[in-house]
Design a protein. Structure first.
Length: 73
């Protein structure tokens, strides 16, 4: 599992088996796309912990203005 943290805002994106968990993103716009640019999820989070089902592979997770690349198994 990979964990990428944005130290300034305390946001964590954790890759799992077929899922990504996003922590600390309450009230922020979250967008998840694959490497080809196809949108998987696009929403505003209302809680600090959320899990999104995604296909295996590389996905790009954008929280606010920050984007991270995550490998999902």
């Amino acid at each position: 599992n990979e964990s990428i943290a944005d130290a300034a805002e305390g946001i964590k994106v954790i890759a799992g088996n077929g899922t990504i968990e996003i922590q600390g993103a309450a009230g922020k716009m979250v967008s998840v796309t694959n490497v080809l640019g196809k949108s998987i999820a696009n929403t505003v989070f209302t809680s600090d912990n959320a899990t999104i089902a995604v296909p295996a592979g590389i996905v790009l997770v954008t929280v606010g203005d920050e984007t991270v690349k995550v490998v999902v198994k």
